[in-house]
Design a protein around this ligand. Structure first.
Ligand code: GDP
Ligand code: MN
Length: 431
């Protein structure tokens, strides 16, 4: 019973940390904290691992096919592994829109690496963890392949339930760990770490044993685990995930894959790490919104939601849904809002061709409704708003705000409450 509850917590923790593209992650990363979490590509994570003495394969990075071919030759390896670099897992089983199957390819013939890279670079790779349309591959890793006799799973993550870091491991690695946790929870092992004490020798050895490493491999794996924990602390990670942590027939423990997430609050002391972030896989609208200190999430419908606060955003989406509409996005203004931010927010919302109506739903607690109203009227005039606009304002200085809106002479529909606002927004599209 206790074991199954623990593993449910692990599954939950993993769900929250593994796939970047799920909506819930987006809510969590972009909504509730002020910035998204930094993610690095596998090759960048492996560079950090190398610096901490963690065993990874020799590799080069290429962004053209000829570079990839060159790198493959330079490695002088028995076998080469070519890996598409995207910020999502499941690449091994992914599919490119070039027709190529698999984002991870092994070959004994270095001369084919160029052709393979040609079918990866510039093409989109779709995996279980990417959006349907996939993610465009701009970089590949060319590494020395090693034989793998066994694949295990190992991760260290910050876990709320443990009030600190926890090691999670399974002898059943390489595959979808959520699947393992769901079907064979007894094969998931958890080891909370005391942040003051660090990983004790007995803990590292127990985890190595639980992962199924035997004889000299057990102490080697324990050593890798401790090094991974040192790295976790050193770079202010929220997660270090190695899947697979494998063993070779020659008796080496190797990190074959790497995914590190970082604590954005540590940016000030992790300048070198954060400088590696190229933002190339971020949604351009989210990036633009972040510039103005706004939080934007794109959705599939046609009603733009302009709100303040994550809770109100979700409630607004739900009520629109309830009245038969679909949110196109939501944009969270946050607290200490300025008129110019309101203007920028409107600009972002109206630039989306999917948007057929805008619903403003602001509860002025810290926010002054009059500032919102001024921002709205200015934006409406300058951007020559073409879609219906429904506004529901409540709270601080709302009377003044209502006066500004009604005296503006602009075609703005006011709503008395959230329900009314959602109904009017949905109706404005049906007309
Ligand atoms: P992911 O699918 O995105 O998680 O990418 P991985 O880096 O985990 O690679 C997927 C799978 O490819 C691994 O689980 C391994 O089975 C296999 N693989 C990756 N690198 C090597 C290698 O050097 N040698 C061998 N034999 N298999 C590898
Ligand atoms: Mn993997």
């Amino acid at each position: 019973m206790a074991a199954s509850m623990a593993s449910q917590a692990v599954v939950r923790a993993l769900r929250e940390t593994t796939s970047k593209h799920r909506l819930f992650d987006k809510f969590k990363c972009a909504r509730l904290s002020s910035r998204r979490w930094l993610n690095l590509q596998e090759y960048q994570s492996k560079k950090l691992m190398q610096e901490s003495g963690v065993t990874v394969q020799r590799f080069y990075v290429a962004d053209t096919a000829s570079q990839a071919l060159e790198a493959a030759k330079r490695l002088e390896a028995k076998e080469i592994v070519l890996k598409a670099q995207i910020l999502a897992g499941g690449r091994g089983k992914g599919l490119f829109d070039s027709g190529l199957k698999g984002g991870v390819h092994l070959t004994k013939d270095p001369s084919v690496v160029g052709e393979l890279a040609n079918k990866m670079l510039g093409f989109s790779l779709t995996t279980k963890q990417t959006p349907k349309e996939g993610v465009k591959v701009k970089t590949v890793m060319v590494a020395e392949a090693m034989d793998i006799s066994r694949e295990t799973y190992f991760a260290i993550l910050m876990d709320r339930a443990c009030n600190g870091p926890v090691m999670v491991g399974s002898p059943q690695g390489g595959v979808d760990i959520e699947e393992v946790a769901a079907t064979t929870p007894e094969l998931i092992f958890k080891e909370p770490i005391d942040i003051w004490e660090g990983v004790r020798d007995d803990q590292a050895l127990r985890m190595a044993g639980n992962l199924g490493f035997k004889g000299p491999l057990e102490s080697q794996a324990a050593d890798q685990i401790k090094r991974l924990y040192d790295l976790f602390l050193k770079v202010d990670a929220t997660q270090v995930e190695v899947n697979p942590l494998g063993e070779t027939p020659e008796g080496q423990v190797v990190c074959f894959d790497a995914k590190i997430n970082f604590d954005d609050n540590a940016e000030f002391r992790q300048k070198a790490v954060f400088a590696m972030d190229d933002m190339s896989e971020s949604d351009p609208t989210e990036t633009e919104a972040a510039k103005w200190d706004l939080k934007y999430i794109g959705l599939d419908g046609n009603i733009a939601c302009f709100v303040n606060g994550a809770g109100l955003a979700m409630a607004t989406c739900d009520i629109i849904d309830l009245h038969g509409g679909k949110p196109a996005n939501f944009l969270d203004l946050g607290g200490g809002v300025k008129e110019n931010q309101v203007y920028q927010a409107f600009k972002l919302l109206t630039a989306d061709p999917k948007v057929e109506a805008i619903l403003v739903n602001i509860f002025g607690g810290i926010v002054n409704c009059a500032i919102i109203a001024n921002g709205i009227t200015k934006a409406c005039r300058e951007l020559e708003l073409k879609v219906p606009l429904v506004v529901r304002l409540e709270g601080t200085n709302v009377q003044e705000a209502k006066r500004i809106l009604s005296e503006s002479g602009l075609p703005i529909t006011s709503a008395s409450d959230l329900d009314d606002a959602a109904k009017k927004a949905v109706a404005s599209i049906r007309k």
